[in-house]
Write a protein that binds this ligand. Structure first.
Ligand code: ADP
Ligand code: ADP
Length: 233
C-alpha cells in the first residue's frame, strides 16, 4: 500500500519556493490501478515522483507497504527503488543499448543478480511483452508501441510491486495505446501489480483505472471510483 500523510512539496528555485503539491493524504491499495488527471502544472508528476522518492517531500510522511520511507538515505533508496518501476511518455530507453541490454540494465545496476539470473529474467520478460524476436535490435529500429513494451519490461526487471506510469501512452496512436493498456491490465491482474498512472486521456482512465484523483494547482480536488468522479448526475 502507498500512503501519503499530509505530504507536500515546494521546489527551491534561486532561493524562492515554488509550491507544487499542497498537503495531501491518500492511500493506494495493493493491486489497485490508480489514475491521476489534471491540467499541465497541476502537480501530477510531482505526486508520482514522490512515490519513488525521485523527489523528496518538503514535509509529511510517505509510507510504502507499512514502512516509512520519508527519511531513506541513498543506500536504503537503492534497495527501495527495486520495489517501484517507472515508465515514461518518451520511453527513456538507452539508444546505444539493444532491447535485451536495456531490460537487463536495472538488474546490472542493482548488483545483486548473477549473470544467469539476468539472462533468464530478460528472456522471460521479452516473451511476456512479445519482443523475443527483437532482442538484438536497437530502440531506433522499433515502433512506439514496441519501445514502450521494452520500457515496461525494463521497469519490471527487478520484480517491483508498484509501477508508476507518467503519460506512458501519450506518444502512442490509439490502437497502440489499446495494446499497451491491455498489457498493463494483464500485468495488474497476473502480478497483483499496483499501477499509478498519469494521463490526460479520459478514455485511458475509464478503461483501466479503479479509482482516480483529479488535481488542480497542487491540490487533489476530487478522488474516488472512476464512475463516481466522472458520472456526475
Ligand atoms: P504536472 O505533472 O501536473 O504537469 P508538475 O508536478 O510537473 O505538474 O509541476 C507542478 C508545479 O511544479 C509546476 O508549477 C511546475 O512548474 C513546478 N515544477 C515541477 N518540477 C519542477 C522543478 N524540477 N523545479 C521547479 N519547479 C518545478
Ligand atoms: P506497434 O503497433 O507499435 O508495432 P502493437 O502494440 O500494436 O505495436 O503490437 C505489435 C504486435 O505485437 C501485434 O501483432 C501484437 O499482436 C503483438 N503484441 C502486442 N502486445 C503483445 C504482448 N503483450 N505479447 C505478445 N504479443 C504482443
Amino acid at each position: 500500500m502507498i500512503e501519503f500523510d499530509q505530504v507536500h512539496k515546494a521546489y527551491e528555485v534561486e532561493g524562492r519556493a515554488i509550491p507544487a503539491l499542497q498537503p495531501t493524504s491518500l492511500a493506494i491499495e495493493n493491486g489497485e490501478v490508480f489514475g491521476i488527471v489534471g491540467h499541465s502544472g497541476a502537480g501530477k508528476s510531482t505526486l508520482v515522483r514522490l512515490i519513488n522518492l525521485l523527489e523528496r517531500p518538503s514535509g509529511g510522511r510517505i509510507v510504502i507497504d507499512g514502512e516509512d520511507v520519508t527519511g531513506y538515505d541513498s543506500k536504503d533508496l537503492r534497495d527501495f527503488r527495486r520495489k517501484v518501476g517507472m515508465i515514461f511518455q518518451h520511453f527513456n530507453l538507452l539508444s546505444s543499448k539493444t532491447v535485451e541490454d536495456n531490460i537487463a540494465f536495472p538488474m546490472k545496476l542493482a548488483g545483486i543478480y548473477s549473470r544467469d539470473e539476468i539472462r533468464t529474467r530478460v528472456a522471460e520478460l521479452l516473451e511476456r511483452v512479445g519482443l523475443t524476436h527483437h532482442a538484438r535490435k536497437f530502440p531506433s529500429q522499433l515502433s512506439g508501441g514496441q519501445k514502450q513494451r521494452v520500457g515496461i519490461a525494463r521497469a519490471l526487471a527487478c520484480r517491483p510491486t508498484i509501477l508508476l506510469c507518467d503519460e506512458a501512452t501519450s506518444a502512442l496512436d490509439p490502437q497502440t495505446t489499446q495494446s499497451v493498456l491491455r498489457l498493463l491490465g494483464d500485468l495488474n491482474r497476473e502480478l497483483k501489480l499496483t499501477i499509478v498512472l498519469i494521463t490526460h486521456e479520459m478514455d485511458v482512465v475509464r478503461r483501466v483505472c479503479d479509482r482516480v484523483a483529479v488535481m488542480d494547482a497542487g491540490d487533489v480536488v476530487e478522488m474516488g471510483p472512476v464512475t463516481d468522479v466522472f458520472l456526475h448526475p
